[in-house]
Design a protein around this ligand. Structure first.
Ligand code: FES
Length: 240
């Protein structure tokens, strides 16, 4: 991967439309929310700096495959649930290639990521079951291409910053800020944007997380975050 300081470079270049500044934007920074996704779209540089500041920085973690090698974004299957844990060892995120430009990252700006902790009552993908997941096809209770939490049927739109479009949830899922390196086709997580649920998540599931992760539950993810399909991580993925 190139510069460790791509994010800072982009922020400092955000108000600069010179050719040199454009070159520094080779690392496209985007966030899963449409608000922050405009950071990746250089015509909106005027507001990019203020938007970028809304990202809460955690570690810069390369998304990796099952072998620990950098995941190539172009190998993601479209409209498929992928999971990785970030920014803490026990906090799951959904990674989705929406198969169309939704203001995300990747060659087609189609890749987005969100915290997979439901903002309603904190359902999340655990190894035994996941009630929250992206659904490619419509169901009786929601339309296609939505993130649907089957626990109480909160529905989020991943093409619009995971805003709530149905159900009891009142807040969007927290977005994961991603950086894309076009040369290597690699992805890196940088931080979060929007309302995090980490503190109530750790409080609610303290015992369960300690059983599953031991003392590592609150460890910050450092250099790598391993990506796998949700169906490989969870024994049962709820359908609704
Ligand atoms: S916990 Fe997800 S809808 Fe209630």
């Amino acid at each position: 991967m190139q510069s460790q300081n791509a994010f800072e470079n982009l922020c400092s270049a955000a108000g600069d439309t010179s050719p040199a500044a454009n070159e520094r934007r080779e690392f496209l920074l985007a966030c899963s929310s449409t608000l922050l996704a405009s950071v990746a779209l250089s015509p909106l540089v005027a507001s990019a700096a203020s938007q970028a500041r809304q990202i809460k920085r955690y570690s810069n973690a390369i998304l990796s495959d099952s072998l620990g090698d950098p995941l190539r974004a172009s190998t993601l299957k479209p409209l498929t649930n992928y999971i990785f844990h970030y920014p803490f060892a026990s906090t799951p995120c959904l990674l989705i290639d929406m198969n169309r430009d939704v203001g995300g990252v990747g060659k087609r700006k189609s890749i987005v990521a969100f915290s997979a902790i439901c903002s309603h009552k904190l359902a999340y993908p655990a190894k035994e079951v996941s009630f929250i997941r992206f659904q490619a096809a419509a169901s009786a209770k929601s339309q296609a291409e939505q993130i649907h939490c089957c626990a109480d049927h909160s529905v989020y739109d991943p093409s619009a910053g995971a805003k709530v479009i149905a159900g009891p949830a009142t807040a969007p899922l927290a977005a994961i800020a991603l950086e894309y390196d076009a040369k290597s086709d690699a992805l890196r997580a940088l931080g979060t944007a929007g309302a995090e649920q980490f503190d109530p998540f750790f409080a609610k599931y303290e015992f369960k997380l300690s059983m599953e992760y031991g003392a590592r539950a609150k460890d910050r993810v450092q250099q790598r975050a391993a990506v796998q399909e949700l169906t490989q991580f969870c024994r049962n993925v709820a359908q609704c």
